[in-house]
Design a protein around this ligand. Structure first.
Ligand SMILES: Nc1nc2c([nH]c(=O)n2[C@H]2C[C@H](O)[C@@H](COP(=O)(O)OP(=O)(O)OP(=O)(O)O)O2)c(=O)[nH]1
Length: 126
């Protein structure tokens, strides 16, 4: 089982969302930025590292939301979401096709990676 951390980065009424590129797994699906936990890292460290690598953003990792297992046809992941904060909304796009700040009420209009659906339901309740 691949362990993946992802960041629900909130700023005012918006959340930062990212679209996977054509060449990544799950091409063109929308996700919360993050990635695989590497050996020797805890989840928070993995998330801080991934967000810096992908977005050149420094996040403060706050509470964990509910983690879920998801089985895609070719692989399975456990997805560990965390609420995160930033001091500045600036980011640099390095790997994704697109990255944008989106209002929470519009998140359901995107084509999400299937593993993220329970997270969307949970953050709808915040
Ligand atoms: N970062 C992130 N990954 C997600 C989410 N939902 C979801 O199913 N995933 C999947 C996509 C990937 O298969 C995996 C995350 O690993 P990754 O982002 O390093 O994936 P990758 O395949 O592009 O990386 P790599 O093997 O090329 O190093 O988890 C999500 O919200 N955020």
């Amino acid at each position: 089982m691949i362990k993946v951390v992802c960041a629900i980065i909130q700023f005012e009424d918006k959340i930062l969302i990212a679209q996977r590129s054509e060449t990544m797994s799950l091409p063109l699906k929308w996700e919360f930025p993050g990635g695989k936990i590497e050996e020797g890292e805890n989840k928070e460290e993995a998330l801080e590292r991934e967000i810096y690598e992908e977005l050149k953003m420094k996040v403060e990792v706050n509470e964990a939301l509910t983690s879920f297992e998801h089985h895609y046809p070719n692989f399975s992941i456990t997805l560990y979401p965390f609420l995160c904060e930033v001091k500045s909304t600036a980011f640099l796009k390095t790997e994704h096709k697109e990255i944008r700040w989106e209002k929470k009420e519009n998140l359901h209009t995107y084509d999400w990676a299937a593993a993220d659906i329970p997270i969307l339901e949970e953050i709808g309740e915040i």
